[in-house]
Design a protein around this ligand. Sequence first.
Ligand SMILES: [Mn+2]
Length: 507
Amino acid sequence: MKKKCSGFISAPAGRLFLLAIFIMITLGLVPALALADSALASSLSSPYSPEEFARRRLALMELVASSYPGSDPNASASSYPGASPKPGAGPGSSPSPGTNANSLIILFASSGHSDSASTAAHFRQDNDFYYFTGCEDADAVLVMLPATREAMLFVPEKSAGEKKFEGPNSLDDPTARDRFKVGAILPLSNFDEFLARFYGRQKPVFYLRLSPGDTVSGARYESALYQARGQRNGYNSRLTLDQLRAERFRQLFPAARLEDVTSLIDSMRMIKSPEEIAVLRRNGQISAEAVKKAMLASRPAAFEYELEAAAMEVLLRNGCRGPAFAPIIGSGPNTCIMHYDRNNRQMQAGELVLMDFGGDLNYLTMDITRTWPVSGKFTAEQKKIYRTVLEVQKACIEAFKPGITSKDVGDYVARRLKEKGIDPMGLRGGLGHLVGMCVHDVQTSPGPLVLKEGMVMAIEPALYFPDKNIGIRIEDTVLITRDGCDVLTSSVPKEIEEIEALLSRRN
Ligand SMILES: [Mn+2]
């Protein structure tokens, strides 16, 4: 980031700049300079091109158009990612034969104010809405017409007071239409009338997200699960926004057919584009650096939250919005609690500390776990268990390539450990979870997953012995490539000797 700015500094300006630094050092203002630099980095525009979002919308519209009976089977979405759009499939071209002219795809932005009293997080756009727009306006609506391949945004009109407190949105921005590459940006107050006019057509079909939405840290299946758990106490239960929206459509447009667009979206989100891969690579480096800093901040008598502070600083300084999930930093007995996130215990010499961490950079997450000895040296018993988990993890990574299933990985790991003469201690290799806009990212079917190029997956074998206060998990996030995989989080050590060498550098 610094490199990009240096070209703007002319010679006299450079002297002024040096003078300013001198004054700042004299006044003890150097930290302010460092913060200003970080703020500059985060003010750089989105790493995604407007064309990226246009391509995604086109691909989804093609998927919807081709999902109709009698539609042209060759019109399936081959345009994303990788292959270039088919000629004649661009905006403004005539609809392909068989396309149902009466379908609309409608996706909703996040609501402006978080309804959870327990979070003070920054606004984060709804994943599916962001994926197809790149737009961070609250309460907006994206509408796509598969028949004509058109897209438009409905954005709330803001009062002068709202603009004063929150800033304007893209309805006030004359460049927004080009930035989002949509046909129109209209006031949200026109939306109901737009729908009413569309409803007048024969047999209208609305494609909505009828499945649960996901968040940065909550998968679709988890949203449904937590809702079900909330129902155990009737006073805590409520419908989700997606359920309420579907209900409203059923009430207002009873003759329309509602279709679920979720699985079509998921089939796209599962495969990462080159622009997404560039962000994921950078997030892998930032998140690995963060865990490394936390390792260096650990010592006997340190509180778990001190490690969290060290890691969070690296994320925020490098433009992440925050963590991808509540950081898990457990020492001693807490290493055995898989989703421990109180992070308030004081760690002791002789114990292990387990840290599960990742950043949220430009709407893409990362997932790393490392386990290390607080004192800097593994005991013989810790080392033996650690080595087993590490060998299983490395064998999984060796096995990862397109076409592979969980069973294939398990078979490979079993063979590999046998060759090396290592007791797997009951640990079996397999696939992990996909990683993307959500840290437990979308997956189209609950059936067996087959790896494909462009998928990103966390691999996180673990062994837990609560009676010994030993929990060991080692996790990396990898990108599936043409013939194998790239470890995106490789710059934080995981070999026993590397970890002990790093820890020996602590003061
Ligand atoms: Mn994970």
